[in-house]
Write a protein that binds this ligand. Structure first.
Ligand SMILES: Nc1ncnc2c1ncn2[C@@H]1O[C@H](COP(=O)(O)OP(=O)(O)OP(=O)(O)O)[C@@H](O)[C@H]1O
Ligand SMILES: [Mg+2]
Length: 349
């Protein structure tokens, strides 16, 4: 597993305390012609904490990250990072941040080592220091063996690690990670989480976007859910889960043809509109009832002649919360590297 980078600035406050926020966003709006990508977003990230920005495709996550890293100018509203205004103090701001974008900004023609050295030089590190830092980061991200190879030969996971390493070259106290683990296999994903957790333990403030609810659950101190450019919920993972129903009644039927009947029955038993997953032949609904609901479900399904493959009552997950909030399930899997303009810039450049 890759190791945490130990060289971030010392931690100044304990996680979760109410220290001055490092990232402050107030009513930020941004449109691309007639597309309102950000419709008045406000949020804060306290120093030394992780904010998970959660939202479906097109929610505005990348637009917000690009605005906060000065790659885009907001139409209105105000945002500061490490005390620097994203518009007025853009240059100073860029020196305080690292950015690992949705599409890894790696130069294929350079080796891993050269990529890191180049970014170090863009941050005005002296040549020797850029080299030392690059070698150190390659080692910490388990890329030493590949350091002399062109990046074009790297796997997706290696490119992500190299990109994250590059974002750390100038010891940034604030880190923006746009879908840092999209497209990684589960093992690499957990490795990346360990790296990010290590950075946070050393005092780095992190804003990370994700479509993976388990990622937000694992890493984020607080979660902000956005959809259609607006904040629709905010809280810790536990708080968000409490906002949804107490439990989820879920039934898997043996035959596709029984799905409408199962949906109707669960609709009568639950407190929300049931969700149907046709592929899984599963119907789920939030409920505040207990085991008596389970008994009713068995009785009603049986009476209707529906054959049950699986039936249960479980604690709500963040997925359920997301579904209840946005009306659609979170997308899990699939690469999101389809940004037309990619992420070709990073802070300090
Ligand atoms: N350069 C652009 N020109 C026009 N519209 C854009 C541009 N970039 C983004 N948009 C639109 O703005 C909205 C927000 O896009 P954004 O990339 O911020 O979403 P996202 O939450 O990052 O999505 P994803 O999860 O797919 O990365 C979408 O409707 C998108 O189509
Ligand atoms: Mg995006």
């Amino acid at each position: 597993m890759v190791q945490a980078v130990a060289s971030a600035p010392p931690r100044l406050t304990a996680r979760g305390t109410t220290a001055a926020a490092t990232v402050v966003v107030e009513d930020v709006r941004k449109s691309y012609n007639d597309v309102h990508a950000l419709n008045g977003v406000s949020l804060q990230v306290p120093q030394g904490t992780v904010l998970g920005l959660l939202g479906p495709n097109g929610a505005g996550k990348t637009t917000l990250v690009r605005t906060l890293t000065t790659l885009l100018r907001p139409d209105s509203g105000r945002a500061t990072v490490a005390g620097y205004d994203v518009v007025r103090d853009a240059e100073a701001l860029r020196a305080s941040i690292g950015l690992a974008g949705q599409a890894a900004a790696v130069d294929d023609y350079l080796t891993g080592l050269e990529n890191l050295e180049m970014v170090g030089r863009l941050y005005h590190l002296p040549k020797g220091e850029a080299r030392r830092r690059a070698v150190d980061l390659l080692e910490r991200f388990e890329l030493s063996d590949a350091g002399a190879r062109r990046a074009s030969t790297y796997s997706g996971g290696m490119r992500r690690r190299l990109d994250l390493a590059a974002s750390l070259i100038a010891y940034p106290p604030v880190l923006f990670l746009d879908e840092p683990t999209t497209g990684l296999d589960p093992r690499s994903r957990v490795g990346m989480w360990e790296v990010i957790q290590g950075l946070v333990d050393d005092g780095t403030t992190v804003l990370l976007t994700t479509q993976y609810l388990e990622e937000a659950d694992a890493l984020a101190d607080r979660i902000t859910v956005i959809d259609h450019g607006a904040v629709i919920a905010e809280g810790t993972a536990a708080e968000l889960k409490r906002q949804s129903a107490q439990s989820v009644l879920s039934v898997q039927v043996e035959h596709d043809a029984d799905l409408p009947e199962a949906r109707a029955i669960l609709g009568r038993l639950g407190q929300q509109e049931p969700h149907v997953d046709e592929q899984e032949r599963r119907v789920s609904v939030g409920t505040d009832g207990g085991s008596e609901v389970l008994a009713s479900a068995v009785r009603d399904l049986d009476a209707a002649g529906v054959r049950i493959a699986d039936l249960g009552l479980r604690q709500p997950t963040l997925d359920d919360v997301f579904l209840a909030l946005t009306g659609h399930a979170a997308e899990n899997g699939g690469s999101q590297d389809d940004d037309a303009d990619g992420e070709s810039a990073r802070g300090g450049v």
